[in-house]
Write a protein that binds this ligand. Sequence first.
Ligand code: ADP
Ligand code: ZN
Ligand code: ZN
Length: 736
Amino acid sequence: MSADPVVLQIAVPTPFRKLFDYLPENNANKSVSKPGCRVLIPFGKRKHIIGVVVSSSKHSEYPQNKLKRIEHVIDEQPVFEKTQMELLLWASRYYHHPVGEVINNALPVWLRKANQLEQLVPIAWQMTKKGKNTALDTLKRSPKQYQLLEYLQKHSQPHLEHDLLEQADIHKRVIQSLEQKQFIEKTALTPNMQYSVSDNNKFDLNQEQKQAVKNVTAAIGSSQVFLLDGLTGSGKTEVYMEIVKAVLQAGKQSLILLPEIGLTPQIIQRFKQRFHCKIAIQHSGLSNRERMQHWLSAKDGSAGIVLGTRSAIWTPLANPGVFIIDEEHDLSYKQQEGFRYSAKDTLIMRSQLEQLPVLLGSATPSLESQYNIQKKSYQPLQLRVRAGGATLPEFKLFDVRGKKMYGALSDLLVNEIRQHLNKNNQVLLFLNRRGYATHLICHACGWKACCERCERPYTYHKTYKKMICHHCDNYKNPIETCAECEQPLFMLGHGTERIEEQLHALFPDKTMARIDRDSTRKKNAMSSILEKINDGSIDILIGTQMLAKGHHFPNVTLTAIVDADHGLFSTDFRASERLAQLFVQVSGRAGRGEKKGTVVVQTHQPDHDLFQQIIQHGYQHYAKTLMQERETAELPPYSYMALLNAEAHNQSDAVGFLRHAAVLINERKEKQLSVFGPVPALIEKRSGRFRQQLILQANNRNALHKHIDSWLLQLETAKLSKKVRWSIDIDPQDMA
Ligand code: ADP
Ligand code: ZN
Ligand code: ZN
């Protein structure tokens, strides 16, 4: 035995930006735990903290007698394999986030406790040599044992315990008796990785779809990123499914990311109908245990397909073949708090480590991805016609200035709605504001009811009979009179509840459904509304951006964007891009069946570039204009950005902290790095905290990243750092 002590480097879920050295468990017989295994450790004053082994070495910079021992190794087999560990370490470096938190974030919740993976692996039994060679007659006096051994001798492959109980029609006691006699023993079932590919596809792919499938499948086994730019309804999902089929045939797994599975149960259904192999689902709607079962089936290779939201990128896969990201432009792929990572960029990094292709799909590709096409880092694929003969909708821009209004609806729009309803078609109205009224305001003096903690107006919710702050979710009973002059308050602005009420008054004999965060709070509420829409029992749908994403409503012939001006004037440099994407996604809900669709846009700014360009020339054309603007202004994707966010109860603490941070980074004298601010965040105050940011910008990635680690270490010891909540956001997607 080697006398050299082994030191293990452990990632611990704490804000410290380093690994911790530990000595192995006291029990000398135990093999040294491998990287990727969980261990229980004492940490500071706390005991039984779960850490993950990252590496081992013979020496530590600390003296032996100062090092603590691991209490216990939880996993026999690593939770994360080698390439996954590499990915996690990369993510910690790239996003400058504490490694222990990065690894903890990637662990399924069920594994953040000392639960044993083996607990979930089903028990299987096989015969021992003794069992095989034993004459049945020896069991004559125990008919049940006789029966079981007879069954096993006839069917000698390993059996899952619950299958045995059923098929051999016996009690668990009988199994135990045979085990005691050493006729049978426990075994691990090798998961079945032969994926069945049954194909009940109804139609042939068109030429462009075939080309896309061909290019991606040809890249299986090598790392290459593809961007599938396809109109809404052009058959992107069909392309994904053909690729998945080819990957299954090659005996490999597909990981597919979707923006919000809970909202789009339809897409899971489509995959389940098409493929009879096991499908693992990874999203927050599952219980921790359920999610864990699915996770295991991805890890052991028994699930051929993994469908999930952002965090599914951390799911281990036994034989990954392809990664697919649907609606790649979607903001939900960026985690906006805690460990702020981009699931898209991290998955692309993973594809390089594992050598496999990534397919990004969207009707409105992000400017970042288009820039990567220009640079030839991504390979472009296109679908330019709507699949199955559906045509693109016709646009109508309604200039509502001076028009007669029914609440938020112009008479032009009301007429249009009536025409579509008269033909027994469905209508979809889109408004990105939930609740009833956006302000409670005093007509006499202009006072507004505002959330004290955010200094923003409360939204009045009629269903809850509450005023709710949409920034911090704070709520109150509505007040009726002005706090300044005691005059009655009145309601200003329109949310989805109020539009629904208006429509009831205008079309009393029509049925309606409202889809927003409030109406879909209960489990399965969304699915039940979607069912009603699809069976035709709903005439008018009113919804927020939840409705914009991915849904397929073949009988909707009119979609209307009720207030297109909302969002035109945000100061976030990505506002126009986001608005254009939303605009196209919403219009993509119209005319997806055989009937032609119409899209109505209500605006006070009919001449705005965004409407004119998108309506006349399409999203791509407008995206080019935006790209030129970004290039001129040297904004991402033409430069690299990081935000240092700070929030504090005192404005001066947040500003002071960031000023100090600016001085420290400027001392580095990095010529290619520009530092702006401190400036107030877009949401200047939230939940009683003032919010400020420092913007770092550089023309190359290296110049941006080079000093961040050492800078953050300095900030940790800065005087004000205890008084502010601060965080770093690399490649920020949202300046709010
Ligand atoms: P996207 O994902 O681009 O929005 P989908 O894949 O959902 O588009 O396709 C839209 C509709 O067209 C679906 O009902 C789909 O079954 C149908 N479809 C797709 N490809 C074809 C094709 N080649 N021929 C006929 N119908 C198709
Ligand atoms: Zn007043
Ligand atoms: Zn608030």
